[in-house]
Design a protein around this ligand. Structure first.
Ligand SMILES: NC(=O)C[C@H](N)C(=O)O
Length: 483
């Protein structure tokens, strides 16, 4: 059962090959057996999952038939879940139980999805390796001595290891696409504003966006259909009609114009990854696509501007964790200042503290214009690059990451080298456009991802291209050995 995709599960449940309860119980047993080595879950919600599965079976018995009815999923542990710990991978929220469900959680459960638990992540989504979690590093099922990517590393590892067919993630600078690439999965970052951020703990509010991680584009379409849509509770949510993501999957690719930005193939890219990416381009050409060389001239400024904007927004967002209102409080504070200082110093990990300090500095009087404002101006230039590129092409294609999954601990003493791993993904967040990563082969047994970017609100186009590609290649069907 654990090898089935969401779409296959939907068919099997409809054909009564097994019940949602049977499926849920079998996956819960598998999680119990397999996850201790991987560490992909922070909290397994066994009782709630069985109750939800029983409810899904009852709904089906009374005539309902939604595609996600009874489908097992997991949530990145930054989506608030009522009465269940939502830790954000941090000690400071280790004791936090949200009083409400995030809109994404609510929508998926209304569709009948069964949540098996909360998935590990980099602390406050800050990281590309899932090593900054208070709950320990997550392992990559393709090589247990390597990282699964981050910050949605628990979501990626759990889906790659067939503990779950799909999971939610969030992407501020690549956190859905990069772990998907490093674990042979398909991960979609929707347009900024497409998926509600209500109840998704904020890291960098002008960049954060929730989205799905699954094995196939078809499954991402199923998930997105339930997750996306206008939410009056999120002021950045966009009131625009949803596409029929499933119907769009089958559109032929003849005439599709693909842009290959020269900046995505420059120095810093592993040559073998470049070859795998070009092999994917050849497959897409066979399906009728045409290819054009393009340029995104301001891409070189993306990392520096992101690493000003994201920490600046984080320093503001994370000021609410003060030891007073909720979360961790230090023992025996001598006065209020001591309470703030020690609760935050003891509650946050190194990477989060580093970013709060960088962000606070960037926003401080006298430096705002020099850093934050300048970074915002660069951001506009990056956006304009995409707008002009999309006048000539329908999608932009390149590698998702410059390197393969690295060894656990390898970049711990060099945060900048980890920041550089986001080079190809960050621009989509700065511009707000959607992006997808899809499996495109292996190098020395490690997965390679190809990234596709599209104009605003064209998630259906991305899912369509990835789906058509997945019908002619087999990469996404490969499972890590032993799983
Ligand atoms: N959250 C993300 O999208 C990951 C990115 N590597 C960051 O640390 O900001």
């Amino acid at each position: 059962m654990h090898q089935l995709t969401l779409a296959e599960i939907a068919r099997a449940l409809a054909a009564k090959q097994f019940s949602a309860e049977e499926l849920t119980r079998s996956l819960l047993t598998r999680i119990q057996q397999v996850d201790p080595q991987l560490n992909s879950f922070i909290t397994v919600t066994e009782e709630q999952a069985i109750a939800q599965a029983k409810a899904a079976d009852a709904r089906r018995a009374s005539g309902e038939s939604g595609t996600l009815l009874g489908a097992p999923i997991g949530h990145k542990d930054l989506f608030c879940t009522q009465g269940i710990r939502t830790s954000c991978g941090s000690k400071i929220l280790d004791n936090f139980q949200a009083p409400y469900d995030a809109t994404v959680v609510e929508r998926l459960s209304a569709a009948g999805a069964v949540s098996l638990g909360k998935l590990n992540m980099d602390e406050f989504a800050m990281g590309s390796a899932n090593e900054s979690s208070y709950y320990g590093a997550v392992k990559n099922p393709w090589d247990m001595s390597r990282v699964p990517g981050g910050s949605s590393g628990g979501s990626a590892a759990a889906v790659a290891a067939r503990l779950l067919p799909a999971a939610t993630g969030s992407d501020t600078g690549g956190s859905i696409r990069q772990p998907a690439a490093l674990t042979n999965l398909t991960g979609l970052k929707p347009t900024y504003g497409r998926v509600s951020r209500w109840g998704m703990i904020a890291y960098a509010s002008s960049l954060d966006q929730g989205g799905p991680i699954a094995r196939t584009a078809e499954d991402c379409a199923l998930m997105l259909g339930a997750m996306a849509g206008f939410d009056p509770k999120d002021s950045t949510s966009v009131d625009q009609p949803l596409d029929d993501y499933l119907a769009a999957l089958e559109k032929p690719l003849s005439g599709l114009r693909i842009g290959l930005p020269k900046e995505y193939f420059g120095s810093g890219l592993d040559a073998k990854i470049a070859d795998a990416v070009m092999a994917a381009v050849e497959e897409l050409k066979k399906l009728g696509a045409t290819v054009k060389d393009i340029s995104l001239p301001n891409m070189q400024h993306a990392i520096p501007s992101y690493y000003v904007i994201a920490p600046a927004e984080a320093s503001s967002n994370l000021s609410r964790f003060d030891g007073v209102r909720f979360g961790y409080r230090c023992e025996n504070p001598v006065d209020l200042t001591d309470l703030y200082k020690r609760s935050r110093a003891e509650g946050f990990g190194d990477e989060v503290r580093r970013r709060i300090m960088v962000g606070t500095y960037a926003l401080s009087a006298g430096y705002y214009d020099a850093y934050y404002l300048k970074a915002q101006k660069i951001r506009r230039l990056i956006k304009n690059d995409f707008v002009s590129a999309f006048e000539e092409v329908d999608v932009i294609l390149g590698p998702t990451t410059p390197n393969l999954a690295w060894k656990l601990g390898e970049k711990n003493n060099d945060p900048v080298s980890a920041y550089l791993e986001d080079i190809y993904t960050i621009t989509a967040n700065l511009a707000g456009i959607p992006g997808i990563s899809m499996p495109a082969g292996f190098i020395d047994g490690l997965p390679v991802g190809v990234q596709l970017l599209a104009p605003y609100f064209q998630e259906s186009r991305l899912l369509n291209v990835a789906h058509k590609y997945q019908q002619v290649i087999e990469w996404h069907k490969q499972a890590p050995s032993g799983f």
